[in-house]
Ligand binder design. Structure first.
Ligand code: ADP
Length: 179
């Protein structure tokens, strides 16, 4: 369906910002200004599930510091917009050897994770599956004790339909009465 990504990202992150602040974390939501007036086609419910899971994890696994959520336009070609989504934190990080396992269903980094943070180990498995259905790969960068960064690119057809308002209804090049 047709939607605006700025509005969607604000809706997804609204409650999360409060959660982060309650934990004493800084939270930055940075959405490319070029996306402000754009209407795109996609599945906002699935995007919400993906971003919500990533942001929840970032907050959950960050005892102090910062969480960044970014949506950046990588370009608009033939009315297809490529967006990079990145969720980054200064949290506990993930051991190199576990970077693949965390995407398996019911898998958490260690038994300590379960004890300390709870959870089911399903979130990332769902995220990975939802992205795979669109042939999208998730990229992870993480350093134990320093933080993690999850990112992926998604393409969206851009709606060329413009909302009609009084000003726009006027002709673009008015006829010059003198010429
Ligand atoms: P859950 O959040 O229920 O534990 P997930 O599937 O979302 O399950 O994540 C799986 C595991 O990956 C987590 O238990 C945790 O060990 C690790 N993980 C996910 N996101 C992060 C993160 N931002 N920082 C550190 N570890 C993470």
């Amino acid at each position: 369906i047709r939607f605006n990504l700025v509005e969607l990202m604000n809706n997804i992150c609204g409650g999360q910002i409060i959660k982060a602040q309650e934990k004493g974390l800084k939270f930055y939501l940075d959405i490319d200004s070029r996306l402000k007036n754009k209407m795109i086609f996609g599945d906002p419910t699935r995007i919400t599930q993906i971003i919500f899971n990533l942001v929840s994890n970032a907050i959950k696994f960050t005892p102090e510091g910062t969480v960044w959520v970014r949506a950046t336009s990588l370009g608009d070609r033939h009315n297809t917009l490529t967006i990079n989504f990145t969720v980054k934190d200064t949290g506990i990080g993930i051991e190199d050897t576990n970077l693949e396992a965390i995407f398996e269903p019911f898998t958490q980094e260690s038994i300590t994770t379960t004890r300390q943070y709870g959870g089911t180990g399903l979130g990332l498995a769902i995220v990975k599956r939802l992205l795979e259905l669109q042939n999208i790969q998730m990229n992870v960068n993480s350093k134990l004790g320093e933080g993690s960064e999850f990112s992926f690119n998604m393409e969206f057809p851009v709606s060329t339909e413009k909302p009609v308002c009084a000003n726009e209804a006027a002709p673009e090049h008015p006829v010059d009465p003198m010429g």
